[in-house]
Write a protein that binds this ligand. Structure first.
Ligand SMILES: [Zn+2]
Length: 270
């Protein structure tokens, strides 16, 4: 399928779409928009797979979101079975989220790191990219620094076999440079349409290393703020990246599509 836009991160199985999920997907097909449906635990990963099996413009990403982990959490071995599915194009979302940690902080960080390591090993063994969710505690870059230490260690051992994308990127210039140095892309959401906080990072990210996403149903872009988000709003995100980069919309659209096809090996899916 030839896509006009491709949203690399959405959660179409969310209850927000229960009333009109099939219609929403039909609207996306008409607009030639594809998406990767991202699981956040075993159940939602399985739901993502069930959904993408029925629609050619949908692909799946399976994993355990760090926010989904508690004091008893371990890596869910059943994810290894799901990773065999031919429409699974990435492992995640996984990573480290220190933003909401309030108690047992050190042991929770250790659990998150341990589960993250399993995702890294799974991604390498399946030759799939990681979809990273990384959120530091307020006013710091702590989760980014810890994630990069782990990823750089693996990159030293397996080199280019370790691949991935930092979803909803909100690090700083140094963090960005370290991701780029290990060949990771970064993606931006519709948030960039209503704040200038990301302009500098968007400008600094080379056109062949940048991605666009909606993270639907969360964070709808201008002019849809406050509503349920949708992959149909991808044009707003892409348009904003083109504006910030001061490049033509056509050039940016083409670059983003090429990056997406390369990162998630979508050609092999045709
Ligand atoms: Zn997400």
């Amino acid at each position: 399928m030839k896509y006009e836009y491709f949203d690399i991160h959405s959660h179409l199985y969310f209850p927000d779409y229960d009333k009109d999920r099939e219609e929403e997907i039909e609207r996306m097909k008409k607009a030639k928009i594809g998406t990767i449906v991202i699981g956040t635990n075993f159940d939602s990963s399985q739901k993502a797979i069930e959904l993408v099996e029925k629609h050619e413009n949908l692909f799946a990403c399976i994993g355990q979101h760090p926010e989904d982990l508690n004091a008893d959490s371990v890596f869910d071995e059943r994810l290894k079975g799901l990773a065999q599915h031919k429409k699974v194009v990435a492992i995640g979302e996984c990573g480290l989220d220190y933003f909401r940690l309030t108690e047992n902080i050190n042991s929770m960080k250790l659990i998150q790191k341990t589960v993250f390591e399993y995702h890294i090993d799974l991604a390498i063994s399946k030759n799939l990219p990681l979809m990273l969710h990384i959120r530091p505690s307020k006013g710091t870059q702590d989760a980014y620094l810890d994630s990069l230490n782990i990823l750089e260690h693996h990159a030293k051992i397996v080199g280019g076999k370790l691949r991935g994308n930092a979803h909803f990127f909100a690090g700083n210039k140094e963090i960005l440079e370290r991701f780029l140095a290990i060949g990771f892309t970064v993606s931006f959401t519709g948030v960039i349409t209503f704040t200038h906080d990301y302009d500098e990072l968007i400008k600094l990210t080379p056109l062949n290393m940048i991605m666009a996403e909606t993270d639907a149903p969360f964070v709808a872009p201008v002019p849809h703020r406050g509503k349920r988000n949708s992959s149909l709003y991808m044009p707003e995100v892409v348009k904003r990246i083109a504006e910030v980069k001061n490049e033509s919309l056509d050039k940016v659209k083409q670059a983003l599509m090429a990056n997406t096809i390369r990162q998630f090996n979508l050609v092999a899916q045709e």
